[in-house]
Ligand binder design. Structure first.
Ligand code: FE2
Length: 232
């Protein structure tokens, strides 16, 4: 299993506080069968430049890496959870925030009603910067989207959908993910783990739910898409 969304790096955002906590998160994930975990710290363009963020991320990663025993930790791949901002599609250097070794960038859209500008920005990001967009925890935004036309237009974009493993905690969320999977849209799972208690690694729960309620084929497809994304 590949976990596409985590705040496992120590001391860089509201995720893990220290190396010990990060190691515990990694061990938990490994025991669940996670082979690779993407480390995706929050990136807020209003707070930090891209280069400064990358420097901070490298420092946090190097500190963790020194203490990691590879036999009981998943591999780590660096990425970012890029918080949406107006004009993101034209922002310089934004492509440096793609998942290491790929042209895929994970974007967290706003927790409010989306408008045409959000839609245009995502389109522009893909077209002008020639990157693929992965929308972080797509299921968490549904409740804010009263204008179903915009919601549908965003869902129709050629993006990758990252779904949090606890998506099955709501009926509408379950329905949405089932629909995306059944329509063969590219879906990947993430734990969005932040710590070792309230928001801990839980990818196995998401996979079990999908296996049970949608079927092994859906699990196979998600795993296939996940590997392909990282191989590109
Ligand atoms: Fe997150």
């Amino acid at each position: 299993m590949i976990d596409f969304h985590s705040h496992v790096l120590p001391g860089i955002d509201d995720g893990s506080d220290c190396v010990e906590e990060s190691l515990e998160m990694l061990h938990t994930a490994k025991n669940q069968g996670v082979s690779t975990m993407l480390a995706t710290p929050h990136f807020y363009a209003q707070d930090v430049s891209v280069d400064h963020f990358l420097e901070k991320r490298k420092k946090a990663y190097d500190t963790l890496k020194r203490c990691m025993d590879n036999s009981d930790c998943p591999d780590i791949r660096l990425g970012a959870e890029v918080c949406y901002f107006r004009g993101i599609g034209r922002a310089r250097e934004i492509e440096k925030l793609c998942i290491e070794g790929t042209r895929v960038i994970m974007v967290e859209l706003p927790f409010r009603q989306w408008d045409e500008e959000v839609l245009r920005d995502v389109e522009e990001l893909m077209e002008k910067q020639n990157v693929s967009v992965m929308l972080a925890h797509i299921e968490r935004f549904y409740a804010y989207q009263k204008r179903k036309k915009i919601w549908k237009e965003v869902l129709d974009l050629p993006v990758i959908f990252q779904v949090n493993a606890e998506f099955f905690d709501g009926r509408k969320k379950r329905k949405l993910i089932k629909k995306l999977v059944e329509e063969n849209r590219p879906v990947v799972l993430g734990s969005d783990c932040h710590n070792t208690d309230r928001r801990k690694p839980n990818l196995d729960m998401g996979y079990s739910f999908i296996r049970e309620k949608i079927g092994q084929n859906a699990v196979d497809e998600i795993e296939k898409v996940s590997v392909e994304i990282l191989e590109k």
